[in-house]
Design a protein around this ligand. Structure first.
Ligand SMILES: NC(=O)c1ccc[n+]([C@@H]2O[C@H](COP(=O)([O-])OP(=O)(O)OC[C@H]3O[C@@H](n4cnc5c(N)ncnc54)[C@H](O)[C@@H]3O)[C@@H](O)[C@H]2O)c1
Length: 371
C-alpha cells in the first residue's frame, strides 16, 4: 500500500494521522467537507504541503469516486459528532457515508486493500458493571428522574443494588445515543460487506481523544477545551454530577499511531479495538490537572448540573490492541500541558464556554438536579 485516503483528514484525529502517514513515506490524500463550525477559516494551515486536498462530502458519490481514484487504503474518520438533537444527521453522515464507501468499491471494483474506520467508545452506552449478586451486567442509561434527584450511582437492572464499574472490553456493545448507534451500524455494515467482498476492515473504538488541534469551534463538548478556556479566563471549571464520574482520555498522537498500526497489521483485519487511555480520571481530578498545568489556583465548581443521557463511569480496556504492540505513551498531564500551550497560541482567543453551554442548555441537555 502506498496511496492512502484519509477522510476527515483536516480534522483533529485526521490531521495527526496524516502527519504520521506522511512521516512513514505514504502518499496521502484528504477528503474533507470542511464542516463550517470545525473549520470556519477553510483548510487548516497544519496540513503538510505534500498532501493532496479534496473538499467533498462523504454523502456524495462523485466526491467519493474522485477521492478514491488510485487509492490503496482508506482511513475513514469523517463523521458527525455532537450532543445536539438533530438525530437523523448522525445516520446521514456516519452510516450512509461509510456504506457508500463499500458500495462504490464493489460497484467499481476498486482495488482497496484495507479500510480503517473511526468507531467510538459510545458504542458501549452505559458500559460494563458488576453486581455482587448478579455478576457482570450491562445496564441501560440512568433514568432522568434519578439524575434530577442527584442520585448518580448506576443500579443493577435485576435487583437495584449499586453497581461497581469494570473496564470495558470489546465483547459487548450497548449503544444508547444516536451517535453511538450510528457508529455501531457503521461497524456492522463495514464488517459484513468487508467479509463478503474481501475488503479487510478494522474499526477503532476511541475513548475520549485529547490534544492540540481539537477545534474549539466544534460544539462537541471536549472537557479539555472547556476546562482550559474557563481556567485561562480565571473561571472555575464546572464538573457535572458530583465530579466523581470516571472517563479515560487518550492522546491524539497515540490514536494516530493506532490508526496506522491497524492499517498495516493484518492481525487487525475484521476486528474492533478499543483505543484507550492509561487509566480512569474523575472530573474533579481533571479540573485540578488543568489548573495546575495552567499555573492557576482555581477550585472546580460542583453545582448539581448534569448532562441528560450522560454515562457514569466509562473506562475502556486497551488490552486487545496492546497485544498488537500498541501502548498509550502520553500521560494526561503531558496531554493537557501540550493542549494549553496550543490554545495560548490561538489568535483571538475568547471564552467560548458560555456560548457552547448556552446552546446545550437551550437544547435541554445540561440540566440542574435538586441537590
Ligand atoms: N475526538 C474524540 O474524542 C472521538 C472519540 C471517539 C470517536 N471519534 C471519531 O473520530 C473521528 C474523527 O473525529 P475528530 O475528533 O477528529 O473530529 P473533527 O471534527 O476534528 O474531524 C472530523 C472531520 O470530518 C469532516 N467532516 C464532517 N462531516 C463531513 C462530511 N459529511 N464529509 C466529509 N468530511 C466531513 C470535518 O470537516 C472534520 O474535518 C470521527 O469519526 C469521530 O466520530 C472521535
Amino acid at each position: 500500500m502506498q496511496h492512502i485516503l484519509v477522510t476527515g483528514g483536516a480534522g483533529f484525529i485526521g490531521s495527526h494521522t496524516v502527519d504520521q502517514l506522511v512521516a512513514k513515506g505514504y502518499k496521502v490524500r484528504v477528503l474533507d467537507a470542511l464542516q463550517e463550525r470545525v473549520h470556519p477559516h477553510g483548510w487548516p494551515v497544519y496540513l503538510p504541503d505534500s498532501v493532496e486536498k479534496i473538499q467533498g462530502d462523504v454523502r456524495n458519490r462523485e466526491d467519493w469516486l474522485n477521492a478514491l481514484d488510485g487509492i490503496d487504503g482508506v482511513i475513514h474518520l469523517a463523521a458527525y459528532q455532537d450532543y445536539m438533537p438533530d438525530f437523523s444527521t448522525f445516520h446521514h453522515v456516519n452510516t450512509v457515508g461509510a456504506t457508500l464507501l463499500y458500495e462504490l468499491i464493489v460497484e467499481h471494483k476498486l482495488p482497496i486493500k484495507k479500510i480503517v474506520l473511526a468507531s467510538s467508545q459510545a458504542t458501549y452506552g452505559e458500559g460494563k458493571y458488576r453486581c455482587s449478586e448478579h455478576g457482570t451486567v450491562y445496564p441501560d442509561s440512568r433514568p432522568d428522574a434519578q439524575l434530577a434527584k442527584a442520585q448518580w450511582a448506576v443500579r443493577c437492572p435485576h435487583c437495584d443494588a449499586e453497581l461497581e464499574h469494570l473496564p470495558i472490553t470489546e465483547d459487548v456493545v450497548n449503544p444508547h445515543t444516536t451517535y453511538g448507534i450510528s457508529k455501531y451500524a457503521v461497524e456492522m455494515t463495514s464488517f459484513s460487506l468487508g467479509r463478503k467482498y474481501d475488503i479487510p476492515t478494522t474499526n477503532m473504538r476511541y475513548s475520549i481523544v485529547q490534544g492540540p488541534r481539537n477545534s474549539f469551534f466544534n460544539a462537541y463538548s471536549g472537557i479539555c477545551r472547556i476546562f482550559t478556556l474557563r481556567v485561562l479566563h480565571d473561571q472555575p471549571p464546572v464538573c457535572y454530577e458530583d465530579g466523581q464520574a470516571l472517563r479515560d482520555y487518550v492522546y491524539v498522537g497515540d490514536v494516530a499511531r493506532a490508526n496506522v498500526l491497524c492499517l498495516e497489521d493484518e492481525r487487525a483485519n475484521f476486528r474492533a479495538f478499543n483505543v484507550a487511555g492509561q487509566k480512569g480520571t474523575t472530573g474533579l481530578e481533571y479540573a485540578h490537572l488543568v489548573s495546575n498545568a495552567a499555573g492557576k489556583d482555581i477550585q472546580p465548581l460542583v453545582n448539581g448540573d448534569y448532562r441528560f443521557g450522560d454515562t457514569r463511569h466509562t473506562v475502556s480496556s486497551g488490552e486487545a490492541l496492546q497485544q498488537l504492540g500498541w501502548r498509550p505513551e502520553t500521560s494526561l498531564e503531558q496531554t493537557i500541558g501540550e493542549y494549553i500551550e496550543w490554545v495560548k497560541e490561538q489568535p483571538n482567543l475568547k471564552d467560548f464556554y458560555g456560548e457552547i453551554e448556552g446552546k446545550m442548555r437551550a437544547a435541554n441537555i445540561i440540566r440542574r438536579s435538586n441537590s
